[in-house]
Design a protein around this ligand. Sequence first.
Ligand code: GRF
Length: 220
Amino acid sequence: MKADSAPRPTILVLASGSGTNLQALIDASRQRDFPGEIIAVGCNKPGAFALERAAQANIKTFVVNHKNFGSREEFDGALMAEILRLNPDLIVLAGFMRILTGDFVRAFRGRMLNIHPSLLPAYTGLNTHQRVLDAGDTTHGVSIHFVTEELDGGPVIAQAEVAVTKDDTAEALAGRVQQLEHLLYPIVVRWFCEGRIQLAADGVLFDGEALSHPMRLSDS
Ligand code: GRF
């Protein structure tokens, strides 16, 4: 088989909202040399714009509506069944606003990424932009990490920083952080598909070496 016809790793994206990160990944995956293929987009909210973006790109979609399930375990079980059927090499959480159970996370250990709008380990959870402003921080940013059972606590692969200005608002800050998200996520997904990043027992391996600190946008 010729090298350029080797199958590319398959990617399943989970989203809940507008899907701007999904769009950045779709756009990147259209580049001829992109080493992965987005095979499906899953969503927990019927009507989310992320589904529309996927449909426009001719990517298969599915919805597992969390409101149809009585418990987190049942929802995760149904989501897992969909994912196992599609059997992707990588799951990319792109604004997927559901906390996943330990069983789910363990099932996909080392092949699930998340993007979080803060410089982790600072500001896990929600409302990060406002919390950064309230604390008077001068820098903020975005992190991409492997998903582990600890919420927003898995080993960080890469980060990008923005400066917080004197008159910033949460909306303005969110906009600047999102611009970086759209640059950084495709880079990290590319690294994964090229086999350059792996989750080890105690952190991230990059090109086989333990990563002592997260990669920066400038390192890519
Ligand atoms: C992003 O800001 C991401 O960091 C957070 O949720 C948001 C998703 O936005 N986890 P979008 O749906 O990709 O536009």
